[in-house]
Design a protein around this ligand. Structure first.
Ligand code: ZN
Length: 291
């Protein structure tokens, strides 16, 4: 590809499909849509109507708890003009449980009459945009839930510095809670006294960075993430001063902190669950032996 070609590619308008836009674009952005409308023909009317195709979203209902198809249940076939924006709501419902709904607040206009392309702006959505935060992670960070969710909102909107600072604050505040859970697992699986001692002294260490540094090598194997200590991963992501980072770098680091915290909370609850199952199995067998 010549330089000229590359320039031309860059100048092209970036289009999203309406499904992509509804499913995965954070609010507060004006986006060009390739398939925004269709021509509605009927006996009396002829107009450009908003498309509201089936979309895939995370459904939090206990019977679903995963990605499900959602269908539009109200706000279908909104008439769109080419001169001015129309402001309207569309409401979607999960096709599986038929209970969970998602409402979008939108503004849209077509580029030209009788053409599918147009522009759409998402003012917001209810429930709030973004994949859900796992209940295990919420449990792990306990009292700092609200700050964590604020960080998540920043991250969803691409506000890197904000997300990084909120997550860092959560990990700093909840350092002892997180280490406490790790100690619980270590004690259950019979880790060496030396490792447990290291973790306990990290709890009493008030300097955050130093505490993570002390604890990083004392991780039980079942908590390692692809062979890496989660505390070491958090330490290296959070040790960078925010003033030395660009917004993009902050966003990337914030994302990794969130993923590591999520993985750690999964592994902690799995390790404790396995231990509980093992204890139960042993006691069943021991009782059987006795009788
Ligand atoms: Zn559902």
């Amino acid at each position: 590809m010549s330089d000229k070609d590359t320039c031309e590619v860059k100048e092209e308008i970036a289009y999203q499909t309406i499904s992509e836009f509804l499913e995965s674009t954070p609010p507060n952005q004006l986006i060009h849509i390739s398939d925004l409308s269709f021509r509605k023909h009927s006996q009396y009317v002829n107009y450009d109507a908003m498309r509201t195709p089936e979309i895939q979203l995370h459904c939090e209902h206990e019977n679903c708890n995963g990605i499900r198809f959602f269908r539009c249940v109200s706000g279908k076939e909104q008439e769109l003009k080419s001169k001015d924006y129309e402001f309207f709501y569309v409401r979607y419902r999960c096709s599986n449980c038929q209970r969970v709904e998602k409402t979008f607040s939108l503004a849209a206009k077509v580029d030209a009459e009788n053409k599918p392309q147009g522009e759409c702006y998402k003012f917001g959505e209810l429930p709030t945009f973004g994949p859900p935060v796992s209940p295990k992670l919420i449990k792990l960070i306990g009292p700092d839930r609200d700050d964590f969710l604020k960080g998540r909102r920043c991250e969803n909107q691409g506000l890197g510095v904000g997300a990084f600072i909120y997550y860092r604050r959560v990990v700093e505040n909840q350092k002892n809670r997180i280490l406490g859970e790790i100690i619980k697992v270590s004690e259950k699986i019979g880790a060496t006294a030396e490792k447990i001692e290291k973790l306990k002294s990290a709890v009493t260490e008030t300097q955050f960075s130093k505490a993570l540094d002390m604890a990083k090598d004392a991780m039980p194997e079942s908590l390692l993430i692809n062979g890496h200590s989660p505390i070491l991963l958090l330490h290296s992501a959070l040790s960078e001063g925010v003033h030395a980072l660009s917004d993009e770098q902050c966003l990337e680091l914030a994302g990794s902190v969130r993923v590591v915290l999520g993985e750690l909370s999964d592994r902690l609850s799995q390790a404790l669950k396995n231990e509980a199952e093992l204890t139960k199995a042993l006691s069943t067998l021991m009782n059987k032996k006795k009788s």
